[in-house]
Design a protein around this ligand. Structure first.
Ligand code: DX5
Ligand code: ZN
Length: 224
């Protein structure tokens, strides 16, 4: 299972150092929570900041941009040019999803689709052949430190089965990512559900310990 640190709950006044701390702890898949203050109430950062993070961190880490924005269809190339390796777009915020996913892949980035807690999983099944990643939100997007929504279990299990069937039929492998409220008490359960990539924000960036210490506890919970 990939543990993807969400930097949203890190010290955003020293974002480069926070990302470097995660990378130094061995976490090289960084989950960048891009919020525009329209699709979600909160506002974080965009391409100019991401471009500087890429300069600061070098080419090594994977930049996985979770685009909680209204204009992904017009801005996706800017995020790729800024250094993002994966772009995950909200089905609730995009008009022409299939076209956008293909455009992202043709531009050389990994294409992902993300569903809010109330969004039916069938939309993701419609584009499963067209994506590299499906993200299931286990909180309502916009903020870190929220409580996990357990009713997403059925969506995760249905997706797990569909991805396994797609791969067995010779189709593309798809990462099954979850985001929101992932902690030491539930991460092993999520792995059993079939999650392959877990975003962790406040479970890694908090005042209880360093990223490395918090990661050790997550690994212990996963018996790794
Ligand atoms: C919420 C973001 C999540 C969040 C995760 O809109 O997409 O990535 O930062 O933070 P925790 O792990 O604290 O719920
Ligand atoms: Zn996120």
């Amino acid at each position: 299972m990939i543990i993807a640190p969400s930097v949203l709950t890190a010290d955003l006044a020293a974002l480069g150092n926070a990302c470097q701390e995660a990378v130094s702890a061995g976490l090289d898949w960084l989950h960048l929570d891009v919020m525009d203050g329209n699709f979600v109430p909160n506002l974080t950062f965009g391409p100019p900041v991401i471009k500087q993070l890429r300069k600061h961190l070098g080419e090594g880490p994977v930049f996985d941009a979770h685009l909680m924005i209204e204009n992904a269809e017009t801005m996706y190339q800017d995020y790729i040019d800024a250094g993002c390796n994966h772009l995950t777009v909200h089905v609730e915020a995009v008009t022409h999803l299939h076209r956008l996913l293909h455009a992202i892949r043709e531009a050389g980035a990994g294409a992902g689709v993300v569903l809010n807690p109330a969004t039916p999983v069938d939309i993701a099944l419609e584009v499963l052949p067209d994506v590299d990643l499906v993200l299931i939100m286990s909180v309502n997007p916009g903020f870190g430190g929220q409580s996990f929504i357990p009713t997403v279990e059925a969506k995760i299990r249905k997706l797990r089965k569909a991805i396994d069937e797609q791969v067995a039929a010779g189709g593309r492998e798809v990462q099954l990512q979850i985001d929101g409220g992932v902690k030491t008490h539930n991460i092993a359960m999520l792995q059993e559900w079939g999650v392959t990539n877990a975003v962790v924000g406040s479970g890694l960036f908090n005042d209880r310990g360093s990223v490395a210490d918090n990661l050790t506890m997550l690994h212990e919970a996963l018996n790794v």
